[in-house]
Design a protein around this ligand. Structure first.
Ligand SMILES: [Zn+2]
Ligand SMILES: [Zn+2]
Length: 235
C-alpha cells in the first residue's frame, strides 16, 4: 500500500507580505516598517512610559515606585501595532507571534536590564484560555525567552478565577478585581524563590495588572520582577 507523502511545506517557501505596508518583503514585518513604527524612543526605565529624556523616570514612578524594577517595551500601543495585536489575540493570527516576539526581544536586548532567571507570561484564566485557544502572552514569552537564552515557564503564575473585562471597569473597580486575580502554584514556589523574573504581556495600559502580578510573585519569594511589554499605551 502506498504511503501518503508528507505535505510539502509550501508556506516556508512562499514569499510573504509585510503585514503593515503589504510589500512582498519576505517577512511578516519588513525592516522599513519596523524602523519607522517601532523606533527606539526614550522611555521610563521603570515602567516603559514614553518620556522626553532617556534615563529619567516618569512623574508617576517618581511619585510612587511600582513594585517591578524595570520595564522593557518595544513600541507605543497605536498604529499599526494595535490592529496587529488585535489580530494576534482575537483573530487567531498565532503566526504573528514570531515577528512580534522578535520585536520584543530586540527591545529587551536594547534596554540592557539585568537578565532574568525565569520568563513568565501574565496568565489568562482557564475560561479565557479555553475561549481563545492560546495565551498571547505565553506565545510572546516563550519565543522572546528563547531568543534571549532564558528559561520560560507557564505553570508558576496562575490566574484561577475570571475577572470582568478590564476595559469596562473604572480604575478603582479594576484594582479591586485584580486583588485576588493571581496566585503562585504552591508546588512551584521553590522554582521561584530568590529568582529574578521577567513578566511578559502584550499590552500595558495602566499597569494595574502588572503591579498585581508582580506583588503576587514577590510575596511568593521572587527576588525581583521586571516587565517585558510588547506595547505601552502612551500617557
Ligand atoms: Zn512594511
Ligand atoms: Zn515610569
Amino acid at each position: 500500500m502506498l504511503q501518503t507523502p508528507p505535505a510539502p511545506r509550501l508556506f516556508a517557501l512562499a514569499p510573504s507580505q509585510c503585514e503593515v505596508c503589504r510589500q512582498w518583503a519576505g517577512q511578516p514585518l519588513c525592516g522599513s516598517c519596523t524602523s519607522r513604527f517601532a523606533a527606539t524612543v526614550p522611555r521610563c526605565g521603570r515602567c516603559g512610559l514614553r518620556i522626553g529624556l532617556a534615563g529619567a523616570a516618569c512623574g508617576g514612578c517618581l511619585r510612587e515606585q511600582p513594585p517591578f524594577e524595570h520595564t522593557a517595551c518595544a513600541t507605543d500601543y497605536g498604529f499599526p501595532w494595535d490592529s496587529l495585536i488585535a489580530d494576534f489575540k482575537f483573530n487567531g493570527r498565532e503566526d504573528l507571534a514570531g515577528p512580534l516576539a522578535r520585536l520584543l526581544s530586540a527591545a529587551v536586548a536594547g534596554a540592557g536590564h539585568p537578565a532574568p532567571d525565569l520568563v513568565l507570561p501574565v496568565p489568562l484564566s482557564p475560561p479565557r484560555l479555553a475561549q481563545r485557544g492560546y495565551n498571547q502572552a505565553w506565545e510572546l514569552a516563550r519565543r522572546a525567552a528563547r531568543l534571549q537564552g532564558r528559561p520560560a515557564r507557564h505553570d508558576i503564575l496562575l490566574r484561577p478565577g475570571d475577572t470582568a473585562h478590564q476595559a469596562e471597569l473604572s480604575r478603582a473597580e479594576r484594582q479591586r478585581n485584580l486583588a485576588a486575580a493571581f496566585m503562585v502554584d504552591p508546588r512551584q514556589r521553590p522554582a521561584l524563590r530568590g529568582r529574578r523574573v521577567a513578566l511578559v504581556d502584550d499590552v500595558m495600559t495602566t499597569g494595574a495588572t502588572a503591579r498585581e502580578a508582580t506583588q503576587t510573585l514577590l510575596r511568593a519569594g521572587a527576588a525581583a520582577v521586571d516587565l517585558w511589554m510588547l506595547a505601552r499605551t502612551p500617557d
